[in-house]
Design a protein around this ligand. Structure first.
Ligand SMILES: Cc1cc2nc3c(=O)[nH]c(=O)nc-3n(C[C@H](O)[C@H](O)[C@H](O)COP(=O)(O)OP(=O)(O)OC[C@H]3O[C@@H](n4cnc5c(N)ncnc54)[C@H](O)[C@@H]3O)c2cc1C
Length: 420
């Protein structure tokens, strides 16, 4: 805390919202629409920095899944979201944006974007709505403590030692990923200080580093529909599917972004996490053999490389040949049985060994957060401190890529903003 003189603002708000992300702005709007006086405090000099960066600046704000399927993508605790989704599901979110002047569409029938494909459209419309409703927005105000009397929230104190009073506070400070966009884990410390438990937190939705050096030679291609699973006895059930891109020292792309939220917690326990990846759109050894047999029936002179290129890009084909010690220029039948078997087995399941990542710096979301056990899912209110509410990524729930995390932020923000 700075040494500046203590100051108390001579006004008690119905609600102070801490954090101007998707969750916080939605909470502020809902409360203000219900006639509450609302102050929104944001520590950065601008509002909604992370929201601006979403979807590569295009903002994939939700998707078209019904609530049940949507929740199942959040894992074991997904059902915690039921009341929040009942308060604001994807259809209601789309209507909300329409009401405030933002048209949306789902070009692939699933992921929903503003038609402008520009996140600024969303932010300007929400800011305008907050202004219309009289929400006071103060930037460059970092909340450093929650003020309370032991049972009831009283307000917040900021880093310039100003006390803002309110009968309710919504904590919408986000997770810990991409800290330059504002969320640096402050909400965890603020909550712990008033008796809330915070789970271990892990960076998620990010590229991963692998031990295999050959990946650097395969950077040019996107491999579609890759299936991968963890190759550890206890964790074989952890699996993912989607497009993959190799990097100079690892893997990225949609399948990796989604899978990383399962892998980073394992990496905190083990130095390495072995994976098996299928790059042949799910073909098993039997199917691969049959595929090659058919091709050779048509043209018996095809080389190993020519055969493999019917399934994989050339660079990856060459690397798998190298791993199997197979000469790519020979015919398949010229390889020894052992080498041929090794090659087919590598085509069905290629081992990759994850051994690192870039931490929260590159994490689009955070796995873990404020324990759900101490939050009432029907209201988002703290079970520890009356008048304290939570919404968005600060809580221990995370979803995959594809509009899940923003919908959760908007829905929980909406429910929290009702101040029930
Ligand atoms: C690059 C990127 C792209 C993404 N793309 C998508 C996407 O397309 N679709 C999707 O569904 N999800 C996406 N996500 C995830 C999604 O953006 C987040 O899950 C969601 O924005 C979280 O919203 P929030 O309101 O909970 O937190 P945030 O948006 O992180 O907002 C928290 C706010 O609180 C402020 N704050 C923090 N501490 C304090 C404090 N002490 N005092 C005052 N203010 C404070 C922060 O500065 C910040 O503005 C993406 C994430 C990233 C990083």
């Amino acid at each position: 805390m700075s040494n500046s003189k203590r100051e108390t603002i001579d006004k008690t708000y119905d609600l102070i919202v801490v954090g101007s992300g998707a969750a916080g702005m939605m909470a502020a709007i809902v409360a203000a629409r219900n006639g509450k006086s609302v102050l929104l405090l944001e520590k950065l000099s601008k509002i909604a920095s992370k929201l601006k960066a979403t979807g590569g600046g295009r903002c994939n704000l939700t998707n078209t899944l019904d609530n049940e399927i949507f929740m199942s993508h959040f894992g074991r605790d997904g059902r915690f979201m039921t009341p929040a989704l009942n308060a604001l599901n994807h259809k209601q979110l789309i209507s909300f944006f329409k009401e405030i002047g933002v048209d949306t569409h789902a070009p692939d029938g699933h992921r929903v974007f503003p038609v402008t494909h520009n996140s600024s459209t969303i932010i300007s419309a929400m800011l305008q709505e907050m202004q219309n409703l009289g929400v006071e927005v103060l930037c460059s105000q970092k909340v450093e403590s929650l003020e309370h009397d032991g049972s009831k929230i009283k307000g917040v104190r900021t880093d310039n030692n100003t006390l803002f009073l309110a009968s309710n506070v919504v904590l919408a400070t986000g997770g810990k990923g991409y800290p330059t966009l504002g969320a640096e884990g402050d909400g965890y410390e603020l909550s712990k200080a008033v008796g809330h438990k915070v789970t271990d937190v892990f960076p998620a939705m990010m590229p991963l580093k692998v031990k295999e050096k050959w990946v650097a030679n395969c950077r040019a291609d996107t491999i579609a529909k890759v299936a991968m699973h963890v190759d550890m006895k206890k964790y074989k059930k952890l699996q993912a599917k989607g497009d993959l891109i190799f990097t100079k020292d690892g893997i990225r792309g949609p399948v990796v972004l989604d899978f990383s939220r399962e892998i980073t917690p394992l990496l905190s326990k083990f130095d390495e996490v072995p994976l098996l990846a299928n790059f042949t759109k799910g073909m098993n050894e039997e199917e691969i053999r049959l595929h090659f047999k058919k091709l050779l029936e048509k043209d018996p002179h095809q080389t190993v490389l020519e055969l493999m290129k019917t399934l994989l890009p050339e660079a990856l084909s060459l690397e798998l040949c190298r791993s199997a010690e197979a000469n790519p220029t020979l015919g398949l039948t010229k390889l020894s049985g052992q080498v041929r078997d090794k090659l087919i087995s590598l085509l069905a399941w290629t081992p990759l060994t994850v051994n690192g990542h870039d931490g929260f710096k590159m994490a689009m979301i955070t796995r873990g957060g404020i324990s759900l056990k101490e939050i009432d899912p029907n209201t988002m209110q703290s079970k520890k401190l009356k008048g304290l509410y939570f919404c968005g990524e600060v809580m221990n729930l995370d979803g995959p890529c594809g509009g899940y995390n923003l919908q959760w932020s908007f829905s929980s923000g909406c429910l929290a903003g009702k101040l029930q």
